[in-house]
Design a protein around this ligand. Structure first.
Ligand code: G3D
Ligand code: MG
Length: 206
């Protein structure tokens, strides 16, 4: 038996300026990359429907992501707390060509956790296509991700590598948290998820 469930969730991208947040959103939503992108002031919101499928059970659900992009900010303190209102997931991004963007990850994670009541997030090490400009080992980001029991991805907004996977994993983890399952370690949760989704659908089909 297979049923559809639909959720709408606000997510945001965080990280130092120029790590590729806007480019990642554009790649995920429009499947394009714009070399000549110019940062704008303000906040952009785009949406995309993600279909999640659980092969072990044949169950599926769909989640409409409202993706918030902060543009024009310089650092964490520039981002007003209201930006985080209702955020239920995050992609926290660093840039493999600049070590300081990795060093700043824990600050972004701390702020995100504090203002979103520990919503799930994934860590992205972006610009993986710039192999010759690599400035740190992705394993360092992996260690940070593991210390929070979250997933990490090497991505390139330019080639699209890892982009869909990272947004989809975050979507899975948002559903898990909604169902009071711990985020991450997807494979082991599918059967339990299936029965919980059925219960949940009776009163929370949104
Ligand atoms: P931000 O939204 O985090 O501030 P942007 O970052 O999306 O504006 O990207 C900053 C710069 O990095 C842009 O270049 C963009 O083209 C580039 N960029 C983003 N992602 C990637 C990637 O995966 N690979 C490569 N090679 N470049 C990327 P400009 O030149 O416009 O500053
Ligand atoms: Mg931007």
């Amino acid at each position: 038996m297979s049923e559809n469930f639909q959720f709408q969730k606000k997510i945001c991208l965080l990280g130092d300026p120029a790590v590729g947040k806007s480019s990642l959103i554009r790649r995920f939503v429009k499947d394009t990359f714009d070399e000549d992108y110019v940062s704008t002031i303000g906040t952009n919101v785009v949406s995309k429907l993600v279909n999640l499928y659980f092969p072990e059970t044949g169950d599926s659900t769909s989640i409409k992501l409202l993706i918030w992009d902060i543009a024009g900010q310089k650092n964490i303190s520039d981002i007003h707390a209201s930006y985080y209102n209702g955020v239920e997931g995050g992609l926290i991004v660093c840039d493999i060509t600049r070590k300081e963007t990795l060093t700043n990850l824990p600050d972004w994670i701390y702020q995100f956790g504090k203002l979103t009541d520990n919503a799930p997030f994934v860590i992205l090490v972006n610009k993986s296509d710039l192999v010759y400009m690599k400035n740190f080992d992705a394993a360092e980001a992996q260690r940070i991700a593991e210390s929070y029991n979250m997933d990490y991805f090497l991505t390139s907004a330019k080639t699209g590598d890892g982009v869909e996977n990272s947004f989809h994993t975050l979507s899975f983890n948002i559903i898990y948290q909604l169902l009071d399952l711990p985020a991450s370690a997807l494979a082991t949760k599918k059967v339990e998820l299936y029965s919980k989704l059925e219960d949940r659908a009776k009163f929370n089909n949104r």
